[in-house]
Design a protein around this ligand. Structure first.
Ligand SMILES: Nc1nc2c(ncn2[C@@H]2O[C@H](COP(=O)(O)OP(=O)(O)O)[C@@H](O)[C@H]2O)c(=O)[nH]1
Ligand SMILES: [Mg+2]
Length: 243
C-alpha cells in the first residue's frame, strides 16, 4: 500500500463486517448508515461472489448516496478477496477514500462465507463478526477465529430468539467466555437500545483509531477446508469447494 497513509495517520476507519450468509451483515451496515451518516462521512464496499446484490440492497435502502456504495464481485471463494488477495477490495476502499475525502468510516461487508472467514488487517483496521440467534444458541460456543477474536461479536436478530428457542443472555455469556473479555453485543434492528450500543461502539473504535490506541488485530486464518480430491493446499480456482 505505498501511497495510502498508514493506519496510524489515516483519519478514516476501515471497518469490516464478516459472518455467515444471512446473519444480517447488510442490514447491520444499513442500520449504521441510517444512524451515523448525519454525523460521520461514510462509504461502503460490498463483496458478492457473482452479483452486486448487497450493494443494490443498500442503495435501495436509501441510507447513503448510491455512489458511496461500491460492489466487489469476488468471482471465487469470498474469503480470498478479504484475506489472501485483497487488491480489488483495497482498490475500492482507496477509490472511495480519495473521491469522498475526507471520510470518517468505510464499511466493508464480506461475502457470506462459512463460519471462519476473517479480514486481513492489511485491508481493515477493525472487524465485526456477525452471528444470529437463528443459527442456534451453541454457535458462539463453538468458536473460530472471528467468533473468538474479532473486535466485536454481534449476536444479531435478538428479536427472533423466542421464536427459535434460543436464550440470548446465555448465548452472549457463552460468547463472552470464548472471547476472553472482548465485547459481545446482542443486536436487533427492532431494539433501539441495542442499535444505540452498536453506534457507541463504532464511535469508540473510531476515536481509538484516531488516537493511535487501536492496533489492527489479525483474528487468524480460517480453518483448513477442502476444495476437492486433488487439492492438497488451498489453491483456489476450481469448482469443487466444500464450504
Ligand atoms: N427479525 C430480524 N431480521 C433481521 C434482522 N437483521 C436482518 N434481518 C433479516 O435477515 C435476513 C438476512 O439479512 P442480510 O442483512 O441480508 O444478511 P447478510 O447475508 O448477512 O448480509 C433478511 O431477511 C433481513 O431482513 C433483525 O435484527 N431482526
Ligand atoms: Mg449481505
Amino acid at each position: 500500500m505505498p501511497e495510502t497513509a498508514s493506519p496510524a495517520t489515516r483519519q478514516t476507519l476501515r471497518l469490516g463486517v464478516a459472518g455467515p450468509v444471512g446473519t444480517g451483515k447488510s442490514s447491520l451496515i444499513a442500520t449504521l448508515c441510517r444512524e451515523l451518516a448525519g454525523e460521520l462521512a461514510m462509504a461502503v464496499v460490498t463483496n458478492d461472489i457473482y452479483t452486486d446484490e448487497d450493494a443494490r440492497f443498500l442503495r435501495s435502502a436509501g441510507v447513503l448516496d448510491a455512489e458511496r456504495i461500491r460492489a466487489v464481485e469476488t468471482g471465487a471463494c469470498p474469503h480470498t478477496a478479504i484475506r489472501d488477495d485483497i487488491t480489488a477490495n483495497l482498490d475500492a476502499v482507496e477509490d472511495l477514500e480519495e473521491e469522498f475525502a475526507p471520510l470518517d468510516l468505510v464499511l466493508v461487508e464480506s461475502g457470506g462465507d462459512n463460519l471462519t472467514a476473517t479480514f486481513s488487517p492489511a485491508l481493515i483496521d477493525a472487524q465485526i463478526f456477525c452471528l444470529d440467534v437463528a443459527g442456534g444458541g451453541d454457535v458462539a460456543r463453538k468458536g473460530g477465529p472471528g467468533i473468538g477474536r474479532a473486535d466485536l461479536l454481534v449476536v444479531n436478530k435478538s428479536d427472533l430468539a423466542p421464536h427459535v428457542g434460543v436464550d440470548v443472555d446465555l448465548m452472549v455469556a457463552d460468547a463472552e467466555k470464548a472471547r476472553e473479555g472482548r465485547p459481545v453485543l446482542a443486536l436487533s434492528r427492532h431494539d433501539a437500545a441495542s442499535v444505540a450500543r452498536l453506534c457507541a461502539w463504532v464511535r469508540e473504535i473510531l476515536a481509538a483509531h484516531r488516537g493511535g490506541d487501536h492496533v489492527p488485530q489479525d483474528p487468524g486464518p480460517m480453518a483448513p477446508h477442502s476444495h476437492g480430491p486433488d487439492d492438497h493446499g488451498h489453491g483456489h480456482g476450481h469448482a469443487l469447494h466444500a464450504h
